[in-house]
Ligand binder design. Sequence first.
Ligand SMILES: *[C@@H]1O[C@H](CO)[C@@H](O)[C@H](O)[C@H]1NC(C)=O
Ligand SMILES: *[C@@H]1O[C@H](CO)[C@@H](O)[C@H](O)[C@H]1NC(C)=O
Ligand SMILES: *[C@@H]1O[C@H](CO)[C@@H](O)[C@H](O)[C@H]1NC(C)=O
Ligand SMILES: *[C@@H]1O[C@H](CO)[C@@H](O)[C@H](O)[C@H]1NC(C)=O
Ligand SMILES: *[C@@H]1O[C@H](CO)[C@@H](O)[C@H](O)[C@H]1NC(C)=O
Ligand SMILES: *[C@@H]1O[C@H](CO)[C@@H](O)[C@H](O)[C@H]1NC(C)=O
Ligand SMILES: *[C@@H]1O[C@H](CO)[C@@H](O)[C@H](O)[C@H]1NC(C)=O
Length: 667
Amino acid sequence: MGPSRVFLAVPFLLIAVAPVYGLVNGADSTLESVPDLEKVMYLNVESYPCVRLLNLSGEIGCSNPGTDKISAPIVRLKSSTSPLARPSTVLLQSEQMQDFFLRVSTDPEFSKNIAGVLLEPSETVNMSSGFSPAEKFPQAAFAPYSNTSYEWNLPGSGIMWNRYDFPVFLLTKESTSTLKEVSETNEGSPENVAEFDLVMQTTKVGTHDSETCLKEQTCLPLGGYSVWSSLPPINISSVPTKPIILAVASLDSASFFRDRSLGADSPISGLIALLTAVDALSHVNHLKKLKKQFVFAAFTGEAWGYLGSRKFLQELDLGSDSVKGLDSSMIEQILEMGSVGKGLVESGTLFYAHAAGELSGTKGTLKALEDASESLGSDNVKVKKASTLNPGIPPSSLMPFLRKNTSTSGVVLGDFDSHFTNKFYHSHLDNASNIKTSSVAAAAALVARALYILANGDATLDLMALNDIKVNVSLVEELVGCFLTCEPGLSCELVRRYISPIYGDCPSHYVGVFQDTPSATEKPSYVDDTSRFLWNFLADMTSESRDGTGSCTGECGNVGDMCIGAEIEGGGKCVVSTTRYVPAYSTRLRYENNIWHVLPANPTDSMESVDPVWTESFWNTIGLRVYKVESALYDRLVLAGGVIVTFASYLAVVVTRTYLAKAIKRD
Ligand SMILES: *[C@@H]1O[C@H](CO)[C@@H](O)[C@H](O)[C@H]1NC(C)=O
Ligand SMILES: *[C@@H]1O[C@H](CO)[C@@H](O)[C@H](O)[C@H]1NC(C)=O
Ligand SMILES: *[C@@H]1O[C@H](CO)[C@@H](O)[C@H](O)[C@H]1NC(C)=O
Ligand SMILES: *[C@@H]1O[C@H](CO)[C@@H](O)[C@H](O)[C@H]1NC(C)=O
Ligand SMILES: *[C@@H]1O[C@H](CO)[C@@H](O)[C@H](O)[C@H]1NC(C)=O
Ligand SMILES: *[C@@H]1O[C@H](CO)[C@@H](O)[C@H](O)[C@H]1NC(C)=O
Ligand SMILES: *[C@@H]1O[C@H](CO)[C@@H](O)[C@H](O)[C@H]1NC(C)=O
């Protein structure tokens, strides 16, 4: 039952078809060509796909089973336990999703009749029990402790980590209402069917792991670019002498649907708080007099095996250009901004400090956070040490740092104690409505002051300077608009000041694939919008003279000068800053002779043996459209009608000819 059948039937059905399809999108113009006809017949449905990802030992995500298009009638499942009598496209509500996919994985009779799934976004439905397709302990294999059965993410069902042999699409608000109409009238004939275009079709049949598809060049590794910056800029020509206070956040999220991975609370709230804290600290005078050096880092690929932080650590070991000026032995403290968007409590805001590593170091950080909280006085931003019953730190970029060197000391700041408060961890529902800007701003204020106290070391604290550190709440609001909404999204004024976004306005924080060829240069040729914005923003915030000198389109003359806003019309400006991109992809991959190779796990790095090495298959069009087909019975009637008409005309011709011949003879 493909469109080919409809096309074959076109000469026959043209008249019958036009009014029927006209109904769907209200077009009633005359049809002049096949593309015209196709336009009225098919309703392209706006939607977001679940895609196929591969790792070293298997696959996850969704794909058509073969290389053909699939179409099947759309039905609504009454409950997640109802049976399916024939191949169907299932229209599913958000609350049903978890049970449905768990059933698919255990009930082969049921799953064999699923041709595809369309998920309605939840509008008014009750999702109070939470929804998370991630595991209960996300990426447990990287934990620096052994209790990996601990449940950080209580609603986690893990459905995202299974393999499905049918396409799954998340509908938008608009497409849902269209499809609702379609499914409600879907009884009898003509029937509405959904047709799924090729989804993830370019890996060869029989290719089921990363190593094979990389060899065949039908996939690319997940990855991108992390960004780090120092405040004040580091003089690369001289030997670094100051200990480093490293503040980090992640910039990528994950979800069942590739391009619907906003990750508002986890992890973007932490990233926004970090950027706002950098802005606040950049206004402090005499930063050079502080005993310690601030370094800020935003890692990408953290949701897929901590790609960003692990590659950063590897580059530090190798002393690569991308980390020139940094020295891992100088890193004294790490403060990570975890999820901080849901810290509101009755009396104000409350965050939890999850500490790990060398005790004297973490004590200092905890003390700094407490002092910072006190200095904020009536703003009522409280911080508590996380429960000692927790097995250790929650899933975070700090994990790879601790695995690498157990005497690293670090703290993860979060809005939760023993279990995530974010009920929508790594799901499409973790959007801007899931967080409060006041919570993010409070975290930024707390961290900006705590970092200042840490960098001041044991010198007497300049209380005036400390109390002058204030966060810009409108900056938090603006960043929420830029990173977490479609309007304005990446076309917000702040982002436009630095870059011209390549990928539309609607942001997504899925890591994407590493499209660049890794090289040692400081100027990568392909960097995604978010990382490019971060590089420019951080370079501007941490630059020595904020006025900038000279206009530029790429290079600046002096060593240590950087050209920010280069892609903006009218050119950018040169500033003195130490801000760099660091590639983020699996440390087990090497690019050689234009091809990615999987390296054997390095026995000295215990994380390499658990690295899944995720790759994403290439894909052609990913699309979904809906059209009507007549039932087989109707088709057979039409065919029979055609045959009868043909036969009757033949008979008529014969009879007429005989009659005429006779008549002529008689004359
Ligand atoms: C967030 O998702 C919920 C559930 O789908 C929706 O009702 C709400 O409008 C969304 N909020 C934003 C800001 O997109
Ligand atoms: C949502 O469901 C929970 C239990 O599943 C129930 O306690 C709660 O009252 C419901 N909320 C609404 C608004 O229906
Ligand atoms: C893991 O932690 C949980 C909660 O703290 C505890 O109940 C469980 O016994 C621990 N498991 C192991 C193997 O230590
Ligand atoms: C950087 O350090 C070098 C060597 O110590 C020194 O000559 C140079 O003046 C310094 N540059 C700046 C901008 O401080
Ligand atoms: C581990 O970290 C500590 C504290 O930062 C440092 O002194 C030590 O040299 C590091 N060890 C290794 C092997 O890098
Ligand atoms: C605060 O941020 C907003 C939005 O980015 C900006 O327009 C404003 O100038 C900032 N205010 C200060 C005092 O820096
Ligand atoms: C790779 O994916 C498969 C399929 O989901 C899973 O069973 C396996 O554990 C994954 N491998 C790693 C190393 O994560």
